[in-house]
Design a protein around this ligand. Structure first.
Ligand code: PMP
Ligand code: GLN
Length: 422
């Protein structure tokens, strides 16, 4: 999948790197010879299509969200809601977002000045990071991290620093001492993600309190990616904005893609204090200005519905158990996720048996060995970092697939990895 970039046209001697190269490099997609790869999700989904393997890589559901939400979008198209929506989003969706935050978390959000509808959580994240950081600033994330967080930090020219989430008896947990050590006086922003992709960790109140303390001490802005807020299994999702003194420095981001199984609609949002939202709007209006006019009123309706996400979380808990026990039977060691639709599996056993180096090598060979696609944990780490080394043997599988697909995938893994020869 590598695309070789003709350096003569894009890179004259002495010019240094352009922003796109910083972006690619930050996401681990730029090789020393100047070639650039597409995202790991695109690469692995293409591999699945090419080989006919079952795709447990990219996280997207194989069953669409509710019929009534689809009908609401169709009705909006037929009613003529097909021209530009207001830049901030249609009023009924901004109102529904504010109402959702009040109902679930007790957060007071003014829909007129404190909410922005965006093109998925991705645009909200990138616009927030671009708006509020610059070269010389440090931006802290957990590691492993979702790829677009690193890419947006690279785009802004800020420096990415990390605090590890490492596996232990209680799942992947934050190393609070490492977090404190990573927070220098140059810290401008902390980008959080809970429930966390790829580990499935739901940060505890203690972990969030430690993060909030660092943010206040360093006077840092917190950008929190909560797209899996409703996809938890027994663990309580605590928005960091609900902690004392945090609402005034936090931008909270979510999206309808995960909650309502409509990832292709790309309706997301960000809310926070109006001065921070003004900064984000200023950038966002020149990225897309606005998008998804007929989808916005449909998501406004959906946000009043707590039954759909509740039922999705319950069915995901069963599918998590199905995938985890199947992976264990196939020789992996799994850390059971408390949220999201991903599980991290340590492949040390299969790697040793097959004489493979790491999770990257395993994921490249997995379609041929077992007819299954997964994502290596390395894709969520900085190349060569201590966390990347600690998680070198880990791979991520998604369980947002029908039970039948999961069952077939784990059977293939058990058979394929048992019969394969080094
Ligand atoms: N953040 C995380 C942690 C994700 O896993 C995803 C995956 N889709 C996104 C953001 C992107 O969300 P959206 O599709 O709404 O842009
Ligand atoms: N969030 C999805 C995942 O982690 C991928 C979305 C994308 O392809 N960028 O699998």
């Amino acid at each position: 999948m590598d695309i070789v970039v003709p350096m003569s046209t894009l890179h004259s001697p002495g010019r240094g790197r352009d922003r796109w190269q910083d972006t690619a490099s930050a996401a681990g997609l730029l090789a020393d010879d100047g070639s650039v790869a597409v995202t790991i999700f695109a690469e692995m989904s293409a591999l699945a299509v090419r080989t006919g393997a079952i795709n447990l890589g990219q996280g997207f559901p194989d069953v669409d969200g509710p019929e009534y939400v689809k009908q609401a979008a169709i009705a909006a198209i037929q009613e003529g809601r097909n021209q530009y929506a207001p830049g901030d989003g249609v009023p009924e969706l901004r109102g529904a977002i504010a109402e959702h935050q009040k109902r679930h978390y007790g957060l007071d959000v003014d829909p007129a000045t404190e909410v922005l509808v965006t093109t998925g959580a991705t645009e909200a994240l990138t616009a927030s990071i671009l708006a509020l950081t610059r070269p010389g600033d440090e931006v802290l994330t957990l590691e492993p991290f979702y790829d677009s967080h690193a890419a947006a930090i690279g785009m802004s020219g800020a420096t990415h620093v990390t605090a590890p989430l490492l596996p232990g008896p209680d799942g992947f947990r934050l190393d609070v001492d490492a977090l404190r050590a990573a927070a220098s006086p140059r810290l401008r922003m902390i980008v959080l993600n809970s429930p966390h992709n790829p580990t499935g960790t739901v940060l505890t109140r203690d972990e969030l309190t430690a993060i909030a303390t660092v943010a206040r001490e360093r006077d840092a802005i917190v950008v929190t990616d909560e797209v899996y807020e409703h996809l938890t299994f027994g663990a309580e999702h605590i928005p960091v904005a609900t902690l004392p003194g945090m609402a005034e420095r936090t931008l909270t981001i979510s999206s309808s893609g995960k909650t309502f199984s409509l990832t292709g609609w790309k309706v997301g949002w960000v809310h926070g204090p109006s001065d921070l939202v003004t900064a984000v709007r200023t950038v966002k209006q020149f990225l897309t200005y606005t998008s998804g006019s007929p989808f916005q009123p449909a998501i406004a309706q959906a946000l009043a519905d707590d039954d759909t996400p509740r039922a999705l979380a319950a069915s995901l808990a069963d599918r998590r158990d199905l995938l985890c026990s199947g992976l264990e039977a196939a020789g992996f060691t799994v850390t059971r996720p408390a949220g999201t639709y991903f599980v991290m599996a340590d492949a040390s056993g299969p790697l040793a048996r097959l004489g493979l180096r790491d999770g990257v090598e395993l994921c490249r060979r997995l379609p041929e060995l077992a007819g299954v696609v997964a994502i290596p944990a390395a894709a969520f780490c900085r190349g060569g970092s201590p966390t990347a080394k600690a998680l070198a043997s880990h791979v991520r599988f998604t369980f947002v697939k029908s039970p039948d697909v999961i069952t077939r995938a784990v059977e293939r893994l058990a058979r394929g990895l048992r019969t394969a020869t080094p």
